[in-house]
Design a binder for this molecule. Structure first.
Ligand code: PLP
Length: 216
């Protein structure tokens, strides 16, 4: 087995372990292989090992990969969503995880198909981080549900940088509470360093890059 296949298998085991530790079913969790900066060969290896969900953060980089990979891949946009590219991204990707302002919504409205979206939340209220603040979520949610081309799936966050993943728990828990309040059916949270804790706190989509493909 190649290194990528070995890593994927180890991560699937950890996902199952985290899920069962809180009486959740491992099948409730979608592993998104974050393949930004990874050459096409790495994506093919992951595909061969059974991986179908991929996460990319730049349109230019993703385009040739999406064209080259088999049709049954599911593409998640997880990078900064510049509004001038939101229409193209919505037409290409199945799910956008990083929607948090009106300008992005206006462009998504022009897409030629329905796009599933997550609202990105700046759950740690960090200065430099993208995403909506808790106090603005309700207003933005109203705008989102009036955007015909966008289907609300749930909330997404990038946890604050912390020393140990255990410190992320309270942020993940807070996101889950907000998600339940808004009726979100999915929650996108957890990366290589903290996906186990995110799953214990209710994540349905974990975005894992370096633990699969190696450090960038
Ligand atoms: C890069 C990235 C990831 C993956 O990070 P790793 O630490 O490599 O697992 C997940 N989510 C987002 C939004 C990212 O930009």
């Amino acid at each position: 087995m190649g290194e990528i296949a070995t890593n994927l298998s180890a991560i699937q085991d950890r996902i199952a372990e985290a899920a069962t530790s809180v009486n959740r079913k491992p099948e409730e969790i979608t592993l998104i292989a974050v393949s930004k900066t990874v050459p096409l060969e790495g994506l093919f290896q992951a595909y061969e090992a059974g991986q179908r969900h991929f996460g990319e953060s730049r349109l230019q980089e993703a385009l040739p990969k999406i064209q080259a990979m088999p049709e049954d891949c599911v593409w998640h946009f997880i990078g900064p969503l510049q509004s001038n590219k939101a229409k193209a991204i919505g037409n290409l990707f199945h799910i956008i995880h990083t929607v948090y302002n009106e300008r992005q919504l206006k462009e998504i409205e022009k897409c030629s198909r329905q796009v599933d979206v997550f609202i990105e939340v700046n759950i740690g209220e960090e200065e430099q981080k993208a995403g909506i603040l808790l106090k603005d979520i309700d207003d933005f949610y109203q705008s989102l549900i009036h955007c015909k081309q966008a289907t609300f799936r749930g909330l997404m966050t990038i946890g604050p940088r912390v020393e140990s993943s255990e410190e992320s728990r309270r942020f993940f828990r807070a996101l889950k509470e907000q998600n339940a309040r808004l009726g979100g059916t999915c929650i996108s949270m957890g990366m290589s360093g903290d996906f186990d804790v995110a799953i214990q706190e209710g994540a349905t989509h974990v975005r894992v890059g370096s633990a699969i493909f190696g450090s960038r």
